[in-house]
Design a protein around this ligand. Sequence first.
Ligand code: ATP
Length: 606
Amino acid sequence: MDLSGPILTFQNLHYCITENQGLCNRKGKKKDILKDVSGIMKPGINAIMGPTGSGKTSLLDVIAGRKNPQGLCSGQVLVDSKVVTSDLRLSSAYVVQDDILMGTLTVRENLAFSVNLRLPPNQYSSQDKELKVSSVIQELGLQDCADTKIGTEFLRGVSGGERKRCSIGMELVTSPSLLFLDEPTTGLDANTANSIITLLQRLSRNGKTIIFSIHQPRFSIFRQFDHLTLMNKGEIIYAGPANQAVGYFDGLGYKCEVFNNPADFFLDIINGEITPVLGSPDRGPGGESSLSQGYQKSLYCKQLMEQLKQMTQAVDPTVKAVRERSRYATAFFYQLRVVCSRTVKNILRNPQTSYAQLILNIIFAVLVGLIYYQIPHTLPEALQNSRIGAFFFLIINMVFGNLSAVELFISERALFIHENSSGYYRTSVYFLSKVFADLIPNRIIPVFLFSSISYYMMGLKPNIEAFLLFALTMSLVSLSAVSLAFLVSASVSSFAMANILIALPFVFMMVFGGFLVNLNSMLRWMSWLKWASIFRYGLEAVTINEMRGQVFTNNYTILTGEMYMMQQGIDYSLWGFWQNEIALLGIMLVCMSLAYVQLLRINRWK
Ligand SMILES: Nc1ncnc2c1ncn2[C@@H]1O[C@H](COP(=O)(O)OP(=O)(O)OP(=O)(O)O)[C@@H](O)[C@H]1O
């Protein structure tokens, strides 16, 4: 059957990795993942099959341009006889194995997100995009769950099959003619798996080249394959029409029983559980490797090499194939708007990240307000144990209350890598959307609420300007702590590591904050640490703001705020106050910039 659509060819692909050894990441020995594999994938259903670790996902990733090009020792991939570079990953459609979707959005919203970012607005109006989403929903049979949320660990959503179909839909919205899928049936029950392959087969009949890796399909799935590539230990042991594979192995002396599933039969051959009948080409001492040698000597391989030779003769190596569209389909500000709006929706639909933060701040503010209710102006209560103690307590809350921010980039790491490498949006857009959509509702608004309640309950300076400066300081303390958490979050991929990395600097900053340890009497060699302490800058700023112009008394003495600050070695001038705010701002900007750099450095290759 001849179908129209792109033809992908790959020739002599040799892919190897160098394994790192030990703690110091010493370069270890090279491991061959793909050993000189060649093939042609035509329009229709192309399955890559093989046992675990045989290299099927690696082959799929290499031909889809998703595997680190540094590992490609030799070989090239062509689409319609044009050389493909790793740019293919930005323009081809790749459905990853673990459906990466935003769980708090509905099926329709997820598809709309993909459409909005991947179709150029100058060619598609909003109406066209809506029609596109509706037609994909129709095509994939998702009408019944179109307005159901995908689901998260806290929210029951659509079924596994619907989720997989939605993942496929995320790619179909761009009308790709070349579609890659990594194990599309893994984790699905037999009927759902069957319906997914039937869907793919239907799509392929409309002029698409569909290539996927699959482990061990049942017969109703296997019989829908047009082309089969069987892999073992990084080598191809059969590549040709799927319905001729049993015959090919029969020719090698492997007999498939009448009721045996061909897919099981092939894996049994590879695993050595079926042996060739007497008088047929024997497997030799190498066992499995003779299967690949057998294939290399076969007519299928000879024909393939002949076809490849003809196809590559016409190739102009200077022409790069996949330059059809620029890196991103949409402009920076358009992307920012779409991604921000999704982030806000996600925050609002995730009560534990949005409302919980607000409620926690209110409860804590009332608690602090009750403990330090209406602090008197009489000595000695007015100072060290009440005002300064309360400030220290407040700053601890501002800093440690932001520990949750470390999960920000970790929890969405897979989603970000997938979307960013599929060309949805720029890294800067994702970063800024997090900054705007997380910082404003989750960090600044709750802090202002917290400050208003605690400030007036504690009876601090009754002056609106002083209150605003107090709230500003609290916000800057909170923002610099969040920025440090962002930096840690963008640098590591596990929560356990992130928790250690964030707790350590926070504890050090607290110790060198000037309240627990007298900074003037500290060992000189450690005193530099105070310059990096969010606690110290925050504490000094709120102290100056509160103490300036205040008079504290007891029966016999009068102490002004300025006298107290002079005793403590605090510079209470206007510049003295603002230098703390600038330092907090500086910590925030440095950490944010480094967090962005870390996001850029995340390894996007598989
Ligand atoms: N980046 C990598 N680093 C180290 N080893 C790798 C890497 N990529 C692939 N491998 C190794 O290459 C071999 C083939 O891996 P691949 O994932 O392609 O197999 P697979 O056939 O898809 O297996 P599975 O069905 O279990 O996914 C495995 O031994 C795997 O450990």
